[in-house]
Design a protein. Structure first.
Length: 204
């Protein structure tokens, strides 16, 4: 079993890389998906409301993911607050799933797709971390053109995440550059995938 953490800033293409690796045979664990499911947990829901106010709720009283994202991804401090609430429950589930795969004798590569991996203790058990990088202007361009964000909103979201990655240079890491189109990203990601496969063989 070989653990690969994939992380990167908003619009960097990290989830695209994670899905490519899934297509190549990796077992994918999506931390964002787990986080979304945990918003239905009453304890976590209460802590989020206590921290960010009832304006994060929709008309049915459930956490509105877009409203919450608009708040936390536009302010670095608020993003830290959300991480304090969600890190332990998300990483506990990830650890459980990893242990289940280990107990079942899973022999392959496990990919953990997690935007906040640089902040988590879980990063220390990764065999390697893949950092997907793009220039800031390109991140902004994607947010505005592909996701429909206003220019200033895109800049706030990028700034909120910058602090997470500015000093994140793990020793066991490989960078995937995403400076062009999907074909270029795919090519770069597959070159790194071949490196990962070789590293996984050496671990065995």
């Amino acid at each position: 079993m070989y653990l690969v953490g994939i992380t990167g800033m908003i619009a960097s293409g990290k989830s695209t890389v994670a899905k490519l690796y899934k297509e190549m045979g990796a077992y994918l664990l999506d931390a964002d998906k787990i986080g979304h499911q945990l918003l239905n947990n009453n304890t976590i829901k209460k802590r989020i409301i206590d921290t960010f106010g009832r304006e994060v709720l929709d008309e049915k009283g459930a956490i509105d993911r877009k409203k919450l994202a608009d708040i936390v991804f536009s302010n670095g401090e608020k993003l830290e607050q959300l991480n304090e609430i969600t890190e332990k429950p998300i990483t506990s589930i990830l650890r459980e799933k990893i242990m289940e795969l280990q107990d079942a004798g899973f022999p392959g590569i496990i990919v953990i797709d997690a935007a906040l991996l640089p902040k988590w203790e879980l990063r220390k058990v990764m065999d390697v971390i893949v950092l997907v990088e793009s220039p800031k202007w390109q991140l902004k361009n994607r947010l505005v053109r592909q996701r429909g964000y206003a220019s200033d909103d895109a800049e706030r979201r990028i700034k909120a995440q910058e602090k997470i990655f500015v000093d994140f240079h793990p020793q066991k890491s490989i960078v995937v550059k995403n400076n062009g189109d999907f074909l270029e990203l795919s090519s770069n990601a597959m070159a790194v995938w071949m490196q990962i496969k070789e590293l996984a063989k050496k671990k065995k």
